[in-house]
Design a protein around this ligand. Structure first.
Ligand code: T1G
Length: 680
């Protein structure tokens, strides 16, 4: 199939790219564009050029699959200079998402025409790089350095209407008439001179703007390499002539593109998409239509789960056992929606529409028409089995019955129903209306259609779904356990909670395990008997130290919930350790990292050995999107690949006598380490 074709529209040459799925600017596209531009230059009958794309979108960027391989000429920066240098107007006709190299191509054109639904952005920072085809130099010259900083360092696209307001788009075209209107526009400007070349403009900037931007975004940029490089490149666009600025850009991207961070972030980009694919599931597996959903349990999880469906226009019947709990749950949903309006994420009208689709009830009978019912009740097997036994009788034949359990055996839950093939796990992460990750737990008898339907639904509610097998804690929580066990053991041996948390914060996690425990509350699952002190948490709870909510837990908190290490908590922990006869010692950060993070990798290897995850990259997706693993370290399995599996095995062997009697090395991890292999 010819990827780049040309058509004549009178004295306008129309250059068309047809490179599904997203018209990525791979070599064939670049080569075809270069030939078309040369043809336009050589033909005196051509007065103007339009570049447009077939399919879902204008160029969505360089072809990321080419990264890491020798780039064939013409390379994008050179091609774009040839487009800009043409002595005839070149008009970019934009629809879909003009991203990365796509927007850079549009910026090298003399004019840009777009449909209102189009989006324009430079998201390279999300791949750990920066716009490397002149974007850091041209965009500031069009929209000013301040707007360019937001777009390039933030990486979020803007809509075509906003782009027209800031001068990035010259003309908005009708949604269904882009090609014709772009050609008409090209004719309008065919004889207009001088040609507007973005590289010849000046990038406007306010004094002190870069420092202010760094200060405002310090927290978000912490640990990442690419954002700072983006700022440096945009500063060059303000301070230097275009050509010198291009050199700065080239130097910066050359360094970033070979960095571990960029490899990690590109890994997650593809891993997220791979996770949506279920090995062995025929692509034509019939989906079960889901026109209405039931949710059992109107607590934090149930309410958040309901919001996901209400927000995409799917009616939800939410069931509770008592009116007070039901009213409270509906109130929390309304409050969360009100917050969305306050933050501008939703409009009043959207919220009204969503709430109108919510039907609170106390009766299972009202679930009889739901195509999918998701249970989100107390995390106890007996309670869940009772709910599923009732639900199986109340739900219509063919309805999917999903449990939101975080740990429990989905097959055991399915066993109390007459329809195990319609039962699976849909493990949402709190807050369920915000967190992107969804673990889809496939039961032994879950049918292909039910699994495929859950995966398709995940995409509709904008979740990143990962298929997990039935085991205690599935993928994420199963790996969380060794980490929490080691963290809990380390503070009994002499490490302070703040020492352990610091290692996690330095690694790039948003929080350490003890900060997290204080935030969630130490009294979750506490038996409330202060005389029973079998764990450190029980000892802290017994002294009224329930975490942030009580002003103290592992840390002390001021009225602004700012934490400080707590001598009281440290005394309670020391007394607890002394009572158990555990000797105290100095513990290094390296030991904390090895015991907490290497044991997670080891558990991930066991999950793969047992077939409870489809692929190592799925485990990485779970941890990046569900638990705050820093995306620039690519997830636990990629991180292990990058530091070397032998390093992980040697570290675990070094710590062996401290990892407890239940610890065992994963044979898969050991075998791969010995062969010098990687997980990804
Ligand atoms: N290169 C190669 N493949 C890509 C791709 C790209 N840029 N973008 C998407 N794909 C594949 C993707 O892997 C999937 O493949 C399919 O297309 C559909 O994607 C020089 C250096 C455009 C918003 O960062 O954000 O330009 O799984 O499932 O949800 O300065 O794809 O079907 O086999 O995501 O509708 C900058 C990345 C590159 C944009 C569409 N550009 N892409 O979302 O579909 S670096 C980006 C996206 C660059 C220059 C620099 C999204 C999308 P498969 P999808 P979608």
């Amino acid at each position: 199939m010819t990827i780049i074709t040309t058509e004549r529209a009178g004295d306008v040459l129309v250059v068309i790219s047809n490179n599904p799925p997203v018209n990525a600017l791979g070599h064939a596209v670049r080569d075809g564009l270069a030939k078309a531009i040369d043809a336009a230059a050589a033909d005196p009958a051509i007065k103007a050029v339009v570049i447009r794309c077939e399919g879902r979108t204008f160029f969505a960027g360089a072809d990321i699959t080419e990264f890491g391989k020798p780039m064939k000429d013409p390379q994008l920066p050179e091609l774009l200079e040839r487009i800009e240098a043409l002595d005839k107007p070149v008009v970019a006709a934009i629809h879909g998402t003009a991203l990365g190299g796509g927007l850079e191509t549009a910026l090298a054109c003399h004019y840009r025409v777009a449909v209102p639904s189009a989006k324009l952005g430079l998201p390279e920072v999300k791949l750990g790089i920066l716009p490397g085809a002149g974007g850091t130099q041209r965009l500031p010259r069009v929209v000013g350095a301040e707007a360019a900083l937001e777009m390039i360092v933030g990486g979020a696209p803007i809509g075509a209407k906003k782009a027209a307001e800031v001068g990035l788009v010259d003309r908005l075209a009708a949604e269904d008439n882009l090609a014709a209107e772009a050609i008409a526009f090209a004719r309008e400007v065919a004889d207009k001179r001088p040609l507007p070349r973005t590289s010849e403009r000046k990038a406007a900037a306010e004094p002190g703007m870069f420092e202010a931007f760094r200060a405002k975004n310090a927290k978000k940029m912490k640990g990442f390499e690419a954002p700072e490089a983006c700022i440096e490149a945009i500063q060059a666009a303000v301070d230097l002539p275009f050509r010198e600025g291009l050199e700065v850009e080239r130097r910066l991207i050359a360094k970033l593109i070979v960095s571990d961070q960029s490899k990690a972030q590109r890994h997650i980009f593809f891993a997220e998409r791979a996770a949506a694919k279920v090995d062995g599931l025929p692509t034509d597996t019939p989906l079960i239509p889901v026109k209405s959903v039931g949710v059992i349990g109107a607590g934090t999880m149930g309410g958040g789960i309901a919001m996901n469906f209400l927000s995409i226009g799917v009616p939800v019947t939410i069931l509770e056992a008592e009116q007070a709990a039901l009213d409270r749950g509906v109130g929390v949903i309304a409050k969360n929606y009100a917050n969305n309006v306050k933050s501008g994420r939703m409009t009043e009208a959207q919220v009204e529409k969503a709430m109108a689709l919510l039907k609170p009830t106390l009766s299972y009978d009202d679930l009889a028409q739901a195509d999918l019912v998701i249970e989100a009740v107390f995390e106890n097997m007996d309670v869940k089995k009772e709910v599923f036994a009732r639900l199986d009788k109340a739900a219509k034949p063919g309805a999917i019955l999903a449990t939101n359990t975080s740990y429990l055996d989905v097959d055991e839950i399915a066993s109390v129903t007459a329809r195990p093939e319609y039962v699976l796990g849909m493990h949402f992460f709190s807050p369920a209306n915000v967190m992107k990750l969804l673990e889809v737990v496939r039961g032994a008898k879950t049918s292909d259609s039910v699994l495929a339907t859950a995966m398709a639904l995940a995409k509709q509610i904008r979740k990143i779904a990962v298929v997990a097998g039935v085991c205690h804690g599935f993928i994420g929580n199963r790996m969380l356990k060794p980490r929490q066990d080691q963290a809990g053991q380390l503070i009994l041996e002499g490490a302070k909670p703040s020492d352990v948390d610091r290692v996690f914060l330095d690694f790039g996690f948003p929080m350490g395990p003890f900060q997290l425990a204080d935030l969630a509350g130490l009294d979750i699952g506490w038996h409330r008997d202060p005389t029973r002190r079998e764990t450190v948490r029980e000892a802290l709870c017994a002294e009224g130290r329930l975490g942030q909510k009580s002003g103290g837990g592992f840390y002390d908190y001021d009225e602004k919930r700012q934490r400080t290490p707590s001598p009281v908590a440290e005394r309670i922990i020391a007394e607890f350790a002394a009572a158990k006869g555990i000797p105290q010692r100095q513990i290094s950060d390296e030991e904390i990292r090895e015991r907490c993070l290497y044991t997670m990798v080891n558990e991930g290897a066991k999950i793969l050995e047992e077939g409870k995850a489809q692929r190592a990259s799925d485990i990485d997706v779970v941890w990046v999107y569900g638990y705050g693993w820093p995306v620039y370290r690519g997830g636990p399995m990629l991180w292990a690949d990058q530091i070397g599996l032998k390093t992980v095995v040697d570290g675990l062997k070094r710590q062996a006598d401290r990892l407890g009697p239940d610890f065992s090395l994963s044979p898969l991890l050991v075998a791969k380490a010995e062969k010098g292999e990687t997980f990804n």
